[in-house]
Each structure stands twice: as C-alpha cells, then as structure tokens.
Design a protein around this ligand. Sequence first.
Ligand SMILES: Nc1ncnc2c1ncn2[C@@H]1O[C@H](COP(=O)(O)OP(=O)(O)O)[C@@H](O)[C@H]1O
Ligand SMILES: [Mg+2]
Length: 399
Amino acid sequence: MTRSEAKILLVLEDGFDATEIEEALPAGTRLQSARLSSGQHGRLPLADAADAELLLVACASDGDHALELIKAAHTQLQNRPPVVVIYAGSPNGFMERAFEAGADDLIALPQSREQLAFALEKALVRRRGASAPKTGTMIAVLGPKGGTGKTLTACNLAEALAGGGASPVVVDLDLQFGDVGLALGLRPEKTIYNLAVAGGSLDVEKIESFLARHPSGASALLAPVRPDQAATVSPNFLRTVFDLLRSRHDFVIVDTPPAFTPEVIAAIDAASHLCLVGMLDALSLKDTKIGLETLAQMGYEPADVTLVLNRADTSVGISMADVERLLGRRPDVLVPSDRAIPTAITEGRTIVAAEPHSEAARAFTSLAETYLAGGKIPRLQPLQPAPKRRLTLLKKGAA
Ligand SMILES: Nc1ncnc2c1ncn2[C@@H]1O[C@H](COP(=O)(O)OP(=O)(O)O)[C@@H](O)[C@H]1O
Ligand SMILES: [Mg+2]
C-alpha cells in the first residue's frame, strides 16, 4: 500500500511531544524526525525537507520557529513537499500566519486519535506527486452506507450520459464487493486487478484495453473478481489511472464502497465533482449527514456536493422539510423506489435503458443533464479541525 511508501519529515518545535502524532500515522510510514529549537537559527532541516514527500511541522506555543521553517521551505526549495502544520496552541491568528508563510494545510489539536489519524491520512493521500493535468469531468459517487443506491446511480448516470452523447467510463472502486459489472451486464474478463498487476508503465491505450464495453457507449473498469485481489490497487496507481482516463473520456464516474478508505479519499481528491447518495430513512439520513460533515472536514462545502436522495417516496414519516432540516440542505435529485429497478439489475440493465420513461429513469437523466451542463464544482477549503457539535440530529426528527 502507498501508505507504507510515504516518506515524511516531521519537524517538532522544542518540547513538543511527538508520541500522539507518531501513533496516529499509518503503520509502516517512513518517518524522519527533526527538532526545531531556538538554538537552531540558520540550521533549518531544509535538506531533509527537499526529498520528503510531506513536511509536517508541529508546534505548540507562538510557532515563530515553525513559521520561519515554512517560509524557508517555501522560498528556498525549488520543489518543496506539501507542508502541513500541526498546531496545539490557543487560536491567536497563528493559522492565518501559517498560511501566509506558505503552509498548505493546518491540523489543529487537540483531536481524538481517530480524527488525527484521519487528518494525517488525508494529508498523506494528498502528498507530493498527486497532481497532474485534468481534463474530463470526474464524479465520485459516495455514500457512507451500503445499499443506498451508489452503484445504481453510477451505472444509470453513465447510461444517461452516454445517451446524451458523452463517452463516460465507470471505475468500480468497491474493490472487494464491486457489482458494476453485474449491474451493467458486463463480464469481468479483465478487471482493475489485471491492470494493476500487468506490469510495465501505464498509458491510456493500455488502460483502454482493460475496459469492458457497454452497448450504450459507456465503458467500465471493473472491480477485482475476488476480495483478496483488492490490495493490489493503491491510491498512487489510482491517481495515474484517473488522470489517464480523464485525458480520454469526458466523464469518469467512480463508484465507491461505503467507507472513506484511502482509495476513496484519492478518488475524492482527484474528482472534479462529488455526488453523495442517501436514502430516505432515519438511519441512512444520519449517515448522509455524517457523510456531508466528513466531506466538510475534508474541505468540501455541503452546498457544493450533489445530493441524490434515493427511495425518496418511501413512506416512513419523514417529510422533505424534515430532510432539509436534518441535512441542512435540499437534495438535488429525488429517485423514487421502483420495482422495475431490481428486475432490471437482475437482467444486467439500467433503469434508464429498461424503463426510460419511468420517474426513476427521468431522475437519473436529469442528474446527467446537470453534469452535462457543468454540475457543481466543489471548492476545496483548508483542512479544519473536526466539528465540535455532536450528532444528535435524528433523535428528535426521525423517531
Ligand atoms: N430506488 C430504488 N428502487 C428499488 N430498488 C432499489 C432502489 N435503489 C436501490 N434499490 C435496490 O437496492 C440494491 C442496492 O443498491 P446499490 O446501488 O447496489 O447500493 P450501493 O451501491 O449503495 O450499495 C439494488 O440492487 C436495488 O435492487
Ligand atoms: Mg455499490
């Protein structure tokens, strides 16, 4: 996995206890530590920073030495790594000064071990080497819970986009239990696993030869046929695959498992558009709310995420006003329950192809039209500490 390949330089202000950070970093990270003390003026660990993939600067008090290091890295290193500041002091304008000095992100302490691990994981996924020129629209279809309709949305969106004249490709990132192949009636003759273990360098022609072709004109990079093959697919490999697919296809749709795995984070980071799929029931709405909040922690405003509410006509005593109040925003697309959907899936067909005039098909077609018209573009905000609010939202509203 890429996590174990990461080379990180952790520079600590004098007296800063690194234990918490070291424990929160993924196992196997190649960590080099350096101390930044008042006696070290002019001896900033810049040489070490030059070949690190990520520079973590941890400080607690005024952070002046840390700011000096960030500025020096910014001005003196030609090809510096991303700089993430971990700050444990009281809020006193330090954050602004850190960003002015050239920091890329800031992680404010205290945070729980899980939150810190999550923030560091994101920083690692975004480390140096992550970016490349982008062209086609890339939509990450997300949902923190299984069975909400992510695969349904990804496949129907692809069919509808193809029907609109586009050349979409679906990447099945549900690496262990992906079912895009089944939903589209495609045989997994070659999968993302075969591509990952094929050896040699990746180029767009090679990737194209691993795609399954759908009669609509869409294509798909299918999930491995066995769960144990999933481990061969790393975030680094995926970043290259996404960039190459975007250079050839006008839409790259990524279907995801119900978790923020490193691969999903890589997809979110590479995506131009995010689409969150939730269902109209109390538990699913709670998970959708948490999904929106997690994306907000990653810097994506809820208003910039396209929100699909599936089974939106289900009668469970939750009105649309309740949904809006609970999620803090209105869904963009409502997909009703439709018995023709499981029937179509059994036949390996999308509802857009099987029942194009149904309300469900029209919902997916309207989603495709939104994307053909440009869709919502998420604005990435700097990393923020986790929200302090507790998630009590559904206890009252949905009981
Ligand atoms: N609107 C709907 N109407 C009827 N059945 C649905 C609907 N949405 C989802 N389903 C059923 O739920 C199953 C799970 O949906 P899926 O898209 O695979 O969820 P996810 O990918 O989020 O796990 C589908 O196979 C389908 O049978
Ligand atoms: Mg799925």
